[in-house]
Design a protein around this ligand. Structure first.
Ligand SMILES: Cc1ncc(COP(=O)(O)O)c(C=O)c1O
Length: 452
């Protein structure tokens, strides 16, 4: 029996506390309540269909209710839903580790599971920190990260990915981090051309990282696209340059591919665009095709081997979660990777990425209130501004981004903005016609809201 909308709404408003949501506002509105999914669409309890334009917060890969993924889950649930990974192993966890290492950038040999992007990042930070302690370089206790990065909402992840808007209340809890200005700060905010901005960012990173090299455990960054802080793209060459500077200064290089991994940028991992391998790689979101909370932190054998020793030496990595490496998550992740290969997902994305680039360049860039368009593969940010010549932002109280997504919803498209940056993150298997609908609707809604 389909539950009644009004009853569900009342229960939601009475009991729930939604993430990243001003609940006072939420409780004054009619919530969109999703009942089921079908391909690239979400369907609400009243039977209305919405194109999932942000892949259910950037994690959906093959659409909803993908038969192969559903089957993998059913098979696994017929065997085992959960058993601990602490002191025991299980079949899908072992098999998935092998498949992940097969597709991972060269040099990564070990897989440590967890359950979200934030935990994958916490684990990476703790691994890097303990690695240097175990190697006897005990003064390497600090981390470097990029300005306007986002790495998740746990304390360590907030420290390295600090956002004034999101995290200012918790600032006293966070550890200090050395912040590097990525290229967009020089390009967009200081008005340099792209090559000059790239050079300036690299020069600054070189100076800072070499000055601080003895105290740094690691640099962590989102390669190519800094997502949740505003879809800030990096030009080719930046990731490779930072990797080189880290190697020269013996600083561990951590890539957070929670958002960019699993095909988002058009290659399996964003670092492949730059032929770069990290020392530690953080994965989540698309790892399970968008089905279940699973994450993985991959490390090199050099890092792993530093933790080996007799038990009484207490070198072990004392970190774990109850649901570390959940078998259902691993089983669906295996089926997800199989689909990537069998259905040639990355190859099929190519013409769609070209279409997206063309539409963004031809239609959006010229709009009077589009200040910037940033894109890598199926990751797009469209920055809306009040004054284009001065790149002057709208007053935040106008909620222009929110107005656009509200209009899009009326037209059957779900998107979610980052402030006044409109984000497009379609599922990787989105059909040509659906992609056109997504782009058309967003274009119309931006015009409607900004030119009214
Ligand atoms: C780059 C990056 N790292 C980490 C996270 C945190 O992932 P989760 O929300 O699964 O904790 C996100 C989430 O958007 C992300 O984009």
């Amino acid at each position: 029996m389909t539950a009644n909308y009004e009853d569900l709404k009342q229960l939601d408003h009475t009991h729930l506390w939604h993430p990243f949501t001003q609940m006072q506002e939420w409780m004054g509105e009619d919530p969109l309540i999703i009942e089921r999914g079908e391909g690239h669409y979400l369907i609400d309890v009243q039977g209305r269909r919405y194109l999932d334009g942000v892949s259910s917060l950037w994690c959906n890969v093959h659409g909803h209710r993908k038969p192969e993924l559903d089957e993998a889950l059913k098979r696994q649930i017929g065997r085992l839903a959960h058993s601990t990974f602490l002191g025991l192993s299980h079949v899908p966890g072992i098999e998935l580790s092998h498949k992940l290492i097969e597709i991972a950038p060269p040099g990564l040999t070990r897989v440590f599971y967890s359950d979200s992007g934030a935990t994958a990042v916490e684990i990476a930070l703790k691994m890097a920190f303990q690695y240097w302690q175990l190697k006897g370089e005990k003064e390497r206790t600090r981390f470097a990260s990029l300005a306007e990065a986002y790495h998740g909402d746990t304390i360590g992840a907030m420290s390295v990915g600090y956002s004034e808007t999101f995290h200012h209340f918790h600032r006293p809890l966070l550890f200090p981090v050395i912040r590097l200005n990525p290229p967009h700060i020089f390009r967009y905010l200081r008005r340099m051309d792209e090559q000059e901005a790239l050079k300036s960012a690299i020069r600054e990173a070189e100076e800072t990282l070499s000055r601080e090299r003895r105290s740094l455990a690691a640099l962590i960054m989102e390669p190519l696209m800094q997502g949740a802080a505003g879809m800030w793209s990096q030009p080719p060459g930046y990731v490779k340059a930072l990797k080189g500077i880290c190697r020269k200064n013996r600083i561990l290089f951590i890539l957070d591919e929670v958002a960019t991994g699993f095909g988002r940028t058009g290659k399996m991992f964003a670092c492949e665009h730059e032929s770069v391998s990290p020392d530690i790689l953080c994965l989540a979101k698309g790892i399970s095709g968008g089905y279940l909370p699973l994450a993985a932190t991959l490390a090199t054998e050099e890092i792993f081997s530093a933790f080996l020793g007799e038990y009484q030496e207490f070198k072990s990595f004392f970190h774990g979660h109850t649901y570390t490496g959940n078998p259902l998550g691993c089983a669906v992740a295996l089926a997800n990777l199989e689909l990537f290969k069998r259905q040639k997902i990355l190859e099929k994305m190519r013409p769609k990425i070209l279409y997206l680039i063309k539409r963004l360049e031809e239609d959006f860039l010229s709009l009077p209130h589009v200040g910037d368009v940033r894109q890598w593969g199926f990751m797009v940010g469209i920055e809306l501004v009040e004054n284009k010549a001065a790149l002057k932002a709208y007053p935040s109280a106008r909620r222009v981004g929110r107005q656009v997504i509200r209009e899009a919803r009326k037209k059957g498209v779900i998107i979610r903005p980052l402030g006044d940056v409109i984000v497009l993150m379609p599922p990787l298997t989105i059909a040509d016609g659906e992609l056109k609908t997504l782009v058309d609707v967003v274009y119309d809604c931006i015009r409607q809201v900004t030119e009214s």
